[in-house]
Design a protein around this ligand. Structure first.
Ligand code: G3I
Length: 333
């Protein structure tokens, strides 16, 4: 079978990678899962699916827990993989003290700054990048509700990047500087949300606040994946602003369980091919990450009951046609 990361790197990309969700999810005790995860010929990068989020890293105010995140740092270092660090500011998976504190704007801003500065300092140069703000927009392009937006207003977005820039710049001399990303879904093809994302990048740049990249989650549906042309055009639109892009959370789910037949798997393979190909066609698209690699550990069935089969491997770790289609796209076949 093709070695996906080797092919990606031979083609000039930084990685083909995967999210991983440890400890406590069963991935850590599954030998087959571990063997594939650790194989850097296949996956040259990891993203912690949950371990670096606010609720994981600061469960109580100013009490930090890096246990899970440090496991991901060790996996990356032991096996020579890049690490995307995910995420600092999001509406979801926030600790109760943030949600229940009835904080003023100034107080919540201080909480955000304290979180960002501590977490960025702890993981330091181990992170290739940080998703500084995650999923800040509604589909119509306006800011979506969150404790941050509702309390601080739109300024929270720019402050988060400013605090992240300050935290990165405060790392010890010689430390590789993590890149600062905005990460979202529904911004992979032209549309209101993508235009709004371009405007956020421009506004940060106008304020002289650093943003290095846009993460395109790419949670797609079989048969409903944006076209190759649209995916290329939107990546080029971001890159034209002077930032890089990464496909950060790729998976392509079946919306109907009874569609997982040979026709359906062929369509899924084509959708994976087009998405990976769109990154190959754009120099500023530096890497491709799937949101875990085996159906057994996919987030989809618990969030979308009846949907699934979204990853590159069947639950028994056999490869789907989509796996080989990704290999073809990485090789330019
Ligand atoms: O840790 C608790 C555990 O103590 C408890 O017993 C268990 C019972 O439900 O829940 C566990 O927490 C779960 C957590 O994953 C860790 O497994 C949460 O319920 C569950 O909601 C959470 O789901 C995560 C989801 O983000 C939360 O929104 C998924 O694993 C994770 O893959 C998913 O990742 C997001 C990205 O961060 C952003 N983009 C979308 C993507 C998919 O939703």
């Amino acid at each position: 079978a093709p070695y996906l990361n080797d092919l990606a790197q031979a083609a000039g990309k930084l990685w083909f990678g995967t999210a991983t969700d440890q400890p406590g999810t069963g991935e850590d005790t599954n030998i087959l899962y571990q063997t594939i995860l650790n194989n850097t010929h296949i996956f040259g990068q990891i993203t912690p699916a949950n371990a670096m989020k606010f609720v994981s890293t600061e469960p109580e105010q100013n009490v930090f827990n890096y246990t899970g995140g440090d496991i991901d740092v060790a996996i990356a270092q032991d096996h020579g993989k890049y690490l995307r660090c995910h995420n600092l500011v999001w509406a979801t998976q926030i600790s109760d003290f943030v949600l229940d504190g009835n904080w003023s704007a100034d107080e919540l801003t201080a909480i955000m700054q304290n979180h960002i500065s501590n977490v960025v300092a702890h993981f330091g140069g181990a992170c290739y990048s940080w998703d500084v703000v995650n999923e800040a927009l509604n589909s119509n392009g306006t800011f979506s509700p969150s404790v941050w937006y509702d309390t601080i207003g739109p300024e929270y977005f720019y402050l988060a990047f400013q605090f992240a820039q300050e935290a990165v710049d405060a790392l010890p001399a010689g430390t590789p500087k993590p890149k600062l990303y905005y990460n979202d879904y529904g911004i992979e093809a032209p549309g209101n949300k993508s235009t709004a994302t371009e405007n956020l990048v421009k506004e940060l740049q106008a304020r002289n606040i650093r943003i290095d990249g846009v993460g395109l989650e790419s949670h797609f549906e079989v048969g409903g994946t944006p076209s190759l042309e649209d995916q290329i055009a939107q990546k080029e639109a971001y890159v034209a602003l002077g930032v890089e892009v990464v496909i950060t959370e790729l998976d392509i789910r079946f919306t109907q369980a009874n569609a997982t037949n040979s026709t359906g798997f062929a369509q899924q393979a084509q959708d994976y091919y087009d998405t990976v190909e769109s990154c190959m066609e754009v120099d500023g698209c530096v890497g491709i990450t799937v949101w875990d690699f085996d159906d057994q550990y996919s987030w989809i069935p618990s969030t979308f009951p009846g949907e699934g089969a979204a990853t590159l491997y069947n639950a028994d770790f056999t490869r789907k046609p989509a796996y080989y289609a990704v290999g073809d796209a990485l090789q330019g076949v």
